[in-house]
Design a protein around this ligand. Structure first.
Ligand code: IMP
Ligand code: MG
Length: 184
């Protein structure tokens, strides 16, 4: 193995690691100000794991001690197209009754994933189900959903990095970027 990149793709940085870190500490302050009680943070896998890892440490720095569980959903069958159908690949095991739940996801696109996750958590008698997404794409939603906490508005283009992938690649990038086309 060498440190040579595996692909020749050129990636344009849209949001830098520093900008992400700064916004996450603001988001943690906003979440703390909402005064959650018995907070359960639920990252939506896979894409939400990098954001959630930084967000929970920012929550700690801001004075919260949340419990963490994960929900793994699948809606993308590969490439840049959503299938529209959602499957639960790994369900939350923690009890939700009378707790404040915070769903954490990387990006809100059609809204189907978050709407599905929210309905699932609400069906388990959580006291409240809030959501925090790092990026919000300004598109017409297929499902009505309004995140409680949003990091950045995202250009209406397919993005990678900071947990987000193209066929499971580029999740490791510390920034959010766009794969450049030959014409760029
Ligand atoms: P939605 O159900 O259409 O809102 O899609 C949400 C999920 O699709 C996110 O959790 C991401 O995993 C994925 N997704 C949507 N847009 C992008 C993108 O531009 N890049 C990478 N993943 C995306
Ligand atoms: Mg996702």
């Amino acid at each position: 193995m060498t440190g040579t990149p595996q692909t020749a793709d050129r990636i344009e940085v849209l949001i830098s690691a520093e900008e992400i870190a700064g916004r996450i500490s603001q988001l943690a302050d906003e979440i703390v100000a909402s005064k959650p009680a018995d907070l359960l943070v639920v990252p939506i896998l896979i894409g939400g794991f990098v954001f959630a890892a930084d967000l929970i440490r920012a929550l700690h720095a801001a004075g919260l001690n949340p419990e963490i569980d994960v929900l793994m959903l699948s809606s993308y069958r590969g490439g840049k197209r959503s299938s529209g159908r959602i499957q639960v690949l790994r369900d939350v095991e923690a009890g939700l009754a009378d707790r404040d739940v915070l769903l954490v996801d990387d990006i809100l696109d059609s809204g189907r994933t978050l709407a599905y996750a929210k309905a699932l958590m609400e069906s388990r008698r959580a006291r409240s189900v809030a959501s925090c997404v790092l990026l919000d794409k300004p598109v017409t939603r297929a499902a009505a959903v309004d995140p409680d906490f949003t990091g950045f508005s995202c250009p209406n283009t397919f993005v990678v990095g900071y947990g987000m992938d193209l066929d499971n690649r580029y999740r490791e990038l510390p920034f959010i970027g766009r794969i450049m086309q030959d014409s760029d």
